[in-house]
Write a protein that binds this ligand. Sequence first.
Ligand SMILES: Nc1ncnc2c1ncn2[C@@H]1O[C@H](COP(=O)(O)OP(=O)(O)OP(=O)(O)O)[C@@H](O)[C@H]1O
Ligand SMILES: [Mg+2]
Length: 241
Amino acid sequence: MIELINLTKDYGTVLAVNNLNLRVATGEIYGFIGPNGAGKTTTIRMMGGIIEPTSGKVIISGIDMKEDPLRAKKIIGFVPDRPFLYEKLTGMEFLKFIADIYEVETNIITPRAQELLEKFALTDWAHEIIEAYSHGMKQRLIIAAALMHDPRVLVIDEPMVGLDPAAVRMVKDMLKNLSRQNVTIFVSTHTLSIAEDLCDRIGVIHKGALLAQGSIAELNLAARTGNAGLEEVFLTLIREA
Ligand SMILES: Nc1ncnc2c1ncn2[C@@H]1O[C@H](COP(=O)(O)OP(=O)(O)OP(=O)(O)O)[C@@H](O)[C@H]1O
Ligand SMILES: [Mg+2]
C-alpha cells in the first residue's frame, strides 16, 4: 500500500534521507524509529506530498505521488509533527472545514464528525474554540481530523507526544482497530514501548538510511541482542552503525 523507492532528500549540505527503500502492506502498522535528525520527519513529509524528493518515488496504493498528488493525497490521512490548527474555530467547525477540503460528501460530514469527536472523548468540547483546548485535546482533534475522509492510509509523525496515559491507550486502541479494518498505518515515534506494543514491523532509520527492519524478533537477530526489548535493540543498532 505504501512504497518508497530509492527515496532521497538532499537539503543542500545535509543528506536527510539517503536512498530509502521500504514497503508497507495493506493493514500493516509500520513503526519508524531513529535518533533526532535521522530523517523520519523528512521521509514522512515526502510520503504526504508536503515536500518533493530530490530523487526516488513515493507510491501510495499504486499511485505515484509526483504524477498524481491529489489522488494520492486523498488516500492518506496525514498528521504532521507540528500541526496547524485554526484556533478560533470550534472542534466541530475544524472537522467540517477539513472534510470540505477533502471533498467529503456533505450529508455524511456531521455524523462522521460527531462519531470521531465521541471516539476521541471530545464531544463535550465540540462547540468550544480550539484555543481553549489542552495540548492533548488538540492532538486528539488533529488525529480525528485526519480520519474525516476515511483514509485507507494513515501517516502520523509522533502521535503520542504530550498525551496522558488514557489518551495514549485511546490512540493505540484506535490505531489497532483501524488496522483491523485494513487501514495501513505508518507512524514515527520516540516512545519505544508504544512502537513495540503497536507495530507489526519496525524500521530503524539512522543518518537517512534504514539500519534494520522487521518484527522485534527479526530486529533482535539483526542486532544480535538475543531476546531483548526494543530499547536495547535500538541502542545496540545505533551504537554499532
Ligand atoms: N528544511 C530543512 N532545511 C535544511 N535541513 C533540514 C530541513 N529539515 C530537516 N533538515 C535536516 O535533515 C535531517 C533530518 O531531519 P528530520 O527532521 O527529518 O529528522 P527526524 O528523524 O524527524 O528527527 P526528530 O526525531 O528530531 O524529529 C536533519 O539533519 C535536519 O537538520
Ligand atoms: Mg521529526
